[in-house]
Design a protein around this ligand. Structure first.
Ligand code: LER
Ligand code: MN
Length: 264
């Protein structure tokens, strides 16, 4: 397993400097914003060449969810995700992380009534995934379907629900991304869910229970990593977290050391 990171506000803005900074900190991959990648493919390629730090995946950077309520936005999202997958193929990235939607609707806050039926949700997300499954096949990439917690998305909250989409639609290039923060809210047990879905998990996001940096909260990373090792997971663990503390850079470095120790 290799540890990567998304961008952070305290990282340098310039692309080559950003790659150099992450590499120096000890990260082994970068999960890039899709828009940043598409708009700067050549610069990203040069930074990978120069630093040896790969782009593992992309996350975000497109307009319109695969399960968008608005059809025009859903279709726009698909087009933009297609461009991101093509750019990922160019730079050697594995694939893109996509939730059904993020922040579009939740059953858990008023008005608590969805403008679309569950059947309508399933149809929209399935149509999107069937389309992207082909794009991923053509570009040699993967689509990592991400369950989010109930307050961020109403369609896919459990790893098992992501599996249901993959199996019902017989998708060949769609896998599950397991995000420890969302799992801590939704799953009965993180290790148990990782084990049950082991044949479909292709990517992982890490944060502690409150979504601050790993090691600052209550999650037992060693236990969950041991489970992943037993199940033969050999993908990335990508930091997707907020950073709490007076010196974010020092806290981030400490969190990386913590996860490296838990992996050792
Ligand atoms: C959002 O909370 C999240 O986990 C991201 O990975 C969105 O895809
Ligand atoms: Mn995530």
């Amino acid at each position: 397993m290799k540890i990567g990171t998304q961008n952070q506000a305290f990282f340098p803005e310039n692309i080559l400097e950003k790659f150099t900074y992450m590499k120096k900190m000890g990260f082994e991959a970068f999960e890039i914003d899709g828009k940043l990648l598409v708009e700067h493919v050549d610069e990203v390629k040069a930074a990978i060449r120069e630093t040896g730090l790969p782009v593992s995946t992309a996350c975000g950077g497109y307009d319109g969810w695969i399960g968008d309520f608005i059809e025009e936005r859903r279709l726009n999202g698909l087009q933009e995700i297609e461009r991101i997958l093509e750019a990922l193929a160019e730079v050697g990235g594995k694939g893109i992380v996509v939730p059904a939607a993020w922040g579009m609707f939740t059953y858990r806050l008023p008005p608590m009534v969805s403008p679309r039926s569950k059947e309508g949700d399933f149809k929209a997300v399935s149509e999107s995934l069937l389309y992207l499954d082909k794009v991923a096949g053509r570009t040699g990439t993967k689509v990592y379907l991400e369950p989010l917690n109930r307050y961020q998305d109403h369609m896919i909250n459990l790893l098992a629900e992501a599996r249901h989409y993959i199996e019902s639609n017989q998708l060949q290039n769609v896998e599950i991304i397991a995000d420890f923060y969302h799992m801590n809210i939704e799953e009965d047990g993180i290790s148990e869910a990782l084990h049950e879905q082991r044949d479909k998990i292709g990517h992982i996001h890490v944060a502690d229970n409150h979504r601050y940096q790993p090691g600052s909260g209550a999650l037992d990373f060693r236990k969950h990593f041991d489970q992943l090792k037993k199940d033969g997971y050999d993908g990335y663990l990508v930091f997707e977290c907020r950073v709490r503390g007076e010196d974010p850079e020092a806290e981030y470095q400490k969190a990386l050391k913590h996860l490296q120790n838990c992996l050792a």
